[in-house]
Design a binder for this molecule. Structure first.
Ligand SMILES: Cc1cc2nc3c(=O)[nH]c(=O)nc-3n(C[C@H](O)[C@H](O)[C@H](O)COP(=O)(O)OP(=O)(O)OC[C@H]3O[C@@H](n4cnc5c(N)ncnc54)[C@H](O)[C@@H]3O)c2cc1C
Length: 302
């Protein structure tokens, strides 16, 4: 749903009247979107992408492969970056397309994660045809539209997920009240209390950072590189929270779903494993630090 929210903001800013008709069903959740940016040879260095879209009359013909596409196996529509001018500098020859996932020639193959779920996929394009009116923004200007998508996504991750973080924190405090360490409640351990209090402080800070970014959006501005700070803050806080949940469970942290002695049915083990991906999805932590260094602090390029 993070992708859906980011997509609707993007369609509102950049979409044609016809493309904007997709906003309402997407907000209702009747249409599910996925984002096809990453490729086997282009992750952090996204501008290196090699999926080709070649013009043929008023259509484009797409060939290539994407990877790590969340929800592609259940999505109705995709946001796709493809190379339309291989002779232009790599950031300049990319176009942004909106495509029906059920178009002939699209093949989706799920990939299994360490949680056991198959949340993301490989997507293959074999002569997939798309009409030129499905271009979002201008031809060969897809890089700028792609960056705007990522800013919206990071904003949604940083602000939207801090609400979920607050709910996880409340559940973790409840867990700490129920678990014991050396025969005493975990919550009576002063070090644990310090760690829990620090997480509450970090969550509050994220809430206000997110509120500042949302205020900017309400004033009609686009989210800027500060969305990276919100995303990074959320990643670090969520990973710390999940690690602390493992510490609170002590030896029980070894028991996952399927064991009848697993605490809370193995909920925390799943959340801990899933949280490892947070510092990769939506752009890695190293890339967020590069963006903050270069575009917020004005440091020289790495
Ligand atoms: C759960 C999950 C869901 C995802 N969903 C989607 C999706 O829906 N759509 C989509 O398009 N992609 C998706 N991705 C892919 C994700 O965006 C990429 O994995 C990510 O951008 C990193 O690219 P990469 O995996 O190719 O790693 P690489 O780019 O190969 O990076 C490898 C390592 O090198 C570091 N590194 C690379 N370049 C630099 C640099 N310039 N400076 C410092 N360090 C650097 C990285 O930080 C990382 O630690 C998803 C990933 C995950 C884990």
């Amino acid at each position: 749903m993070i992708v859906n929210r980011g997509c609707c903001s993007l369609l509102l800013k950049k979409g044609s009247e016809r493309q904007r008709e997709l906003i309402r069903p997407s907000l209702r959740g009747d249409l599910i979107w996925c984002q096809l940016f990453s490729e086997p040879g282009a992750g952090s260095d996204l501008a290196n992408l090699s999926t080709r879209a070649v013009r043929d009359g008023d259509e484009y013909v797409i060939n290539g492969q994407k990877v790590w596409t969340s929800l592609a196996h259940m999505a109705d529509w995709m946001m796709l970056l493809a190379r339309t001018d291989p002779n232009a500098p790599k950031h300049k020859g990319i176009t942004y397309f909106l495509l029906d996932m059920h178009a002939p020639g699209v093949t989706v193959k799920p990939l299994k994660q360490m949680t056991g779920d198959a949340e993301f996929n490989e997507v293959f394009f074999d002569n997939v045809r798309v009409h030129e009116r499905q271009v979002l923004g201008e031809v060969n200007n897809g890089w700028a539209v792609g960056l705007t998508t990522l800013m919206f996504e990071r904003l949604a991750l940083g602000f939207g997920l801090q609400v979920r973080l607050r709910i996880s924190l409340e559940s973790m405090i409840d867990l700490a009240r129920r678990m014991e360490k050396d025969g005493r409640a975990v919550t009576s351990d002063p070090v644990m209390r310090q760690k829990i209090a620090q997480l509450w402080i970090d969550t509050e800070a994220l809430k206000y950072t997110g509120a500042r970014a949302i205020t900017k959006l309400l004033k009609g501005e686009l989210p800027g590189p500060e969305a990276s700070a919100g995303k990074m803050g959320w990643v670090e806080t969520n990973q710390k929270l999940q690690e602390l949940a493992m510490e609170i469970e002590g030896p029980y942290s070894q028991l996952a779903k399927g064991s009848d002695r697993a605490v809370d049915g193995g909920f925390w083990q799943y959340a801990f494993l899933r949280s490892r991906a947070n510092s990769i999805e939506g752009g890695t932590t190293e890339i967020q630090k590069n963006i903050i260094g270069e575009r917020v602090l004005g440091l020289p390029k790495g």
